[in-house]
Design a protein around this ligand. Structure first.
Ligand code: 5MM
Length: 342
């Protein structure tokens, strides 16, 4: 493992004012997104949609540091025959790859999930490296309920994250470590804070036992928010303060950066919360975005699968990328949202 190189890539992923586009929806998830805009879930439509974002050249080169791809996409070529990874690279962003293989029920733990994909991962990683991937992603999914999560679930998922991260670093690939506490449920923000802290402590302990070099990872956590069916909503300031408190208690300063998931927040909530956290700085790590839905909702609903909407959808994507870039610098203002690209 060349840690200097891994650290260079991790630093580039969280470079000031830049963040990650999570475009790694599995075929089932992208189907849900396409169903919502009445687009058929075909390989060509998935390619055209993603090509449209990757060709939003200015936004990609100024605001996007890397793109997380699904296995299908990393091997795909654009309509004109250019590999999609080449388009991403030419725009100045790094290609990355989702390597987990989704979740399965965790035995003896009703309602809880374990992320799969460790078998054969050591053999898959060099192929992705050869294809241009310089970072990878693995997501652990933790649900909050009256009796969950259990210690068994947190421990098993943290262990899998650490095993994945160690294998990535051995293959000279920076692992994005994503322990996601879901927003589903009616729990309050303090319960989310408590479970987030527990999972992060568990994750960093497992990373330590598996000898993962923290200088060569990027952490992708949830923000600390109330469950989406909870009675009490939280203010932006409260989300920012509680998230930073948890992160300061759990994440060593050796980690180059933290790139949040949006987790079902609205586009503007995800931007405002990130901005508020950065305004609380200076912080030990760079804080940026690695959003899927909060970057793609606007371009998706503008595009609707129609070629005549491509330019407007690219403007919508560029706008969200710019807003989140400003938030990553703590320089976003709500009134900038009204100057939306038409
Ligand atoms: C883009 O969605 C990713 C993949 O989801 P599936 O494996 O369920 O198809 C997801 O892992 C994503 O990278 C993160 O959760 C961040 O996305 P959001 O939408 O939460 O910002």
């Amino acid at each position: 493992m060349n840690l200097t190189e891994l650290n260079k890539v991790a630093q580039a992923m969280v470079a000031p004012g830049r963040g990650i586009l999570a475009a790694d929806e599995s075929s089932g998830t992208i189907k849900k997104r396409f169903d919502a805009i009445s687009v058929e879930n075909t390989e060509d439509n998935r390619r055209d949609y993603r090509e449209m974002m990757f060709r939003t050249t200015e936004a990609m080169s100024k605001y996007i540091s890397g793109v997380i791809l699904y296995d299908e996409t990393i091997w795909q070529k654009a309509k004109d025959g250019t590999p999609l990874v080449e388009i991403i690279r030419k725009a100045g962003a790094l290609p990355g790859i989702k390597v987990d293989e989704g979740t399965k029920p965790l035995p003896n733990c009703p309602g809880e999930l374990i992320t799969t994909g460790l078998d054969k991962l050591a053999e898959r990683l060099p192929k992705y490296y050869e294809q241009g991937a310089r970072f990878a992603k693995w997501r652990a999914v933790i649900d909050i309920g009256p009796d969950i999560p259990s210690y068994a679930c947190l421990h098993a998922n943290a262990h899998a994250l650490a095993r994945y991260a160690a294998l990535c670093q051995a293959a000279q690939i920076v692992p994005i470590v994503e322990p996601e506490i879901l927003m589903d449920g009616d729990h309050d923000i303090d319960r989310c804070a408590m479970i987030s802290e527990w999972m992060l402590k568990e994750t960093f302990q497992e990373l330590y036992y598996n000898k993962v070099a923290l200088e060569g990872i990027v952490l992708k956590p949830n923000m600390v928010v109330p469950g989406k069916d909870g009675k009490t909503r939280a203010t932006v300031q409260e989300v920012a303060e509680k998230t930073i408190k948890v992160l300061k208690n759990c994440v060593p300063g050796a980690v180059p950066g933290i790139a949040f998931l949006s987790g079902g927040q609205t586009d503007e909530e995800a931007t405002a919360n990130l901005d508020a956290m950065n305004k609380l700085g200076p912080l030990p790590w760079t804080l940026t975005f690695s959003y899927g839905r909060a970057l793609q909702h606007a371009p998706q609903t503008t595009w609707k699968g129609k070629s005549e909407n491509v330019a407007a959808a690219q403007r919508a994507f560029a706008h969200r990328a710019m807003m989140n870039s400003l938030a990553a610098l703590g320089q976003w203002k709500a009134d900038l949202e009204t100057r939306k690209a038409a």
